[in-house]
Design a binder for this molecule. Structure first.
Ligand SMILES: Nc1ncnc2c1ncn2[C@@H]1O[C@H](COP(=O)(O)OP(=O)(O)OP(=O)(O)O)[C@@H](O)[C@H]1O
Length: 299
């Protein structure tokens, strides 16, 4: 499949600062990629280049086979900034009609777009009365004008409550299912973990990790943690059988092992039969993986 976005050996300098160093990646249609990185890692710089807002020094960037920022590429890409601002006195419908007219599209699509993002019921209310989650939805509706093939979303769920976040990701899932490629930045690793197809970790301008969560988990080879809850009265037996475990005040034994030793350890625990009331196997979280890769660069 031809990627919607291709970046190869992209380098961007701001004077002495090398904001992006030979970054290469590809994003295929219908895929949701999360761009992660500390403050100053180069995420916004990359997004601005993809949008064609700033030039770059070397490398190649192609958006649907087009040069970023070219009129044809602009038709294919839409952007949602972190803090969207709309005129508070306009209704959602009026705001959308205005953007549609600016894009040379029929303003009559406004209600359909608002319905797609679950705002039909509030279309005729002033945006000044909307919650932050509703304003983000207006922003998303605006990005859908002209059916772009690539959405670039800068921390789209920042400031949203958990339910609004989940709803927002549900909308993105629907768009991805229709073939839209989505590049989003986020500092909320738990939501990214569950709701994107691949993870891109930038550190000091270098793409230090790229892949699915499973790929990155395997590559990081971080330990797997186990929580073992003994059956009543069996804690001393289990503690003696697993001297390497830490026994918490809650009576739970905590162990960890390398990925390759996971199944043997599980078998060892299971061999204690009824002495074990419950086991939780806790794989490294995206937060652990993120720290592992971004720390390498000394940040
Ligand atoms: N216009 C500019 N002039 C000079 N330096 C810049 C400019 N824009 C960005 N930089 C520098 O480039 C580096 C990358 O910045 P960028 O804004 O891309 O990081 P970021 O990952 O988006 O950070 P944040 O999460 O804080 O938004 C930083 O060192 C920043 O100071």
């Amino acid at each position: 499949m031809t990627p919607t976005l291709t970046i190869s050996r992209l380098t961007k300098r701001f004077g002495a600062v090398e904001a992006l160093k030979a970054v290469s990646l590809a994003l295929e249609p219908g895929k949701r990629a999360a761009l992660l990185g500390h403050n100053g890692a180069g995420k916004s710089t990359m997004m601005k280049i993809v949008l064609g807002l700033i030039p770059f020094d070397s490398g190649e960037v192609s958006v649907c086979g087009l040069r970023p920022g070219s009129p044809a590429a602009r038709v294919e890409v839409a952007y949602l900034p972190e803090n969207v601002a709309f005129h508070p006195a306009l209704t959602g419908e009026e705001q959308l009609r205005y953007y549609l007219a600016l894009r040379g599209e029929s303003p009559r699509q406004a209600m359909d777009l608002l319905a797609r993002v679950g705002l039909a019921h509030a279309a005729r209310r002033r945006i000044g009365t909307y919650s932050k989650g509703m304003r983000q939805r207006v922003g998303l509706a605006q990005t859908l004008i002209g059916k772009p093939r690539l959405l670039v979303l800068d921390e789209p769920t920042s400031g949203l409550d958990p339910v609004s976040r989940r709803d927002f990701y549900d909308l993105l899932d629907g768009l991805a299912a229709e073939g839209t490629a989505i590049l989003l930045s986020s500092h909320v690793l738990t939501e990214v973990e569950a709701r994107t197809d691949s993870i891109l970790i930038l550190s000091g301008g270098v793409l230090v990790a790229e892949g699915t969560l499973a790929d990155l988990r395997a590559r990081a080879a971080l330990p797997v943690a186990f929580s073992v809850r003994p059956a009543p009265g069996h804690a001393p037996v289990l503690a003696a059988a697993f001297p390497e475990a830490a026994l918490g005040e809650d009576g739970v034994l905590r162990l960890s092992c390398a990925q390759k030793d996971k199944l043997p350890l599980l078998a060892r625990i299971a061999s204690h039969g009824a002495a074990v009331a419950d086991i939780d196997v806790i794989p490294p979280s995206l937060e652990d993986i993120y720290s592992h890769f971004s720390r390498r660069d000394g940040q």
